[in-house]
Design a protein around this ligand. Structure first.
Ligand code: SAM
Length: 232
């Protein structure tokens, strides 16, 4: 639920056609169903669906006091994958609890990916919401776009690394991905074709530690999930 859906502490109405469709087609909700409901940025509780038509859904609410699950202290920097893989990656990493995501350009990112409708604000939000719903979380991740590799490395990376350790996932790096971390982490994942050697050098020179996931080369969406699962 969005905060504006709540009419008072006991009742909520959803009028957004896309969310009504989701309620019907994905949740297959019918009147009388008891549902777990999260308020974006707030708590999680239970409610009952008391009315549903083409225009709105109405819920009665029980106490909304269960806090969302804790976030992962990982800022994910993801070289922009092709649109369908981006959608799945955003959903998975959001479900796993990542709250800061930077989408990065690099030499092997197709320029056309930046024109994809998947990068529209609403589309990104839709994927994040699916991840939040899946994991019963209510806190929306922040997503930023870094359309230039060099400006990112020179202007943003030093500030990010001042407060976090930097891990660069790249096949063939000497160290395995750590199992468990004890401090905030910046995790950098390359594009489908991988980072070029010069980019790897720049990231390592900036202070990132190169890590690998073993001899199997994984697709981006698999790699991000495997890396996050190892880190936690
Ligand atoms: N041919 C590319 C290369 O060798 O870099 C493969 C790129 S892979 C499909 C996409 C991204 O997933 C990589 O840039 C890396 O960040 C991550 N990745 C996939 N498999 C990995 C592995 N075994 N170790 C570390 N990172 C991996």
């Amino acid at each position: 639920l969005a905060p504006e859906d709540i009419e008072d502490r006991r009742q909520a109405r959803v009028r957004d056609p896309r969310r009504l469709r989701h309620l019907r087609e994905v949740h297959r909700a019918t009147i009388g169903d008891r549902l777990t409901l999260g308020i974006q940025g707030g708590g999680i509780g239970r409610g009952e669906l008391v009315a549903l038509d083409d225009e709105e859904a109405c819920f009665t609410l029980d106490a909304m006091d269960q806090p969302p699950p804790p976030p992962l202290p990982v800022h994910l920097v993801l070289a922009l994958p092709r649109p369908r893989m981006l959608a799945r990656s955003l959903e998975h990493v959001t479900a796993l609890g990542v709250k800061q995501i930077t989408l990065l350009h690099s030499r092997r990112v197709e320029k056309s990916y930046w024109q994809s409708p998947e990068l529209g604000e609403q589309k990104i939000r839709d994927h994040l919401v699916l991840g939040l719903e899946q994991s019963r979380d209510t806190v929306m991740p922040e997503v930023s776009l870094a359309r230039g590799f060099r400006p990112f490395v020179e202007e943003r990376l030093p500030g990010l690394l001042a407060e976090r350790q930097g891990l660069l996932a790249h096949p063939g790096m000497p160290s395995p991905c750590p199992r468990g971390i004890d401090r905030p982490t910046l995790l950098i994942v390359g594009p489908e074709g991988g980072f070029i050697p010069h980019e790897v050098e720049r990231l390592l020179d900036a202070g990132c530690q190169g890590i690998h996931l073993g001899p199997r080369i994984l697709r981006v969406e698999t790699a991000v999930v495997a890396l996050l699962a190892r880190l936690f």
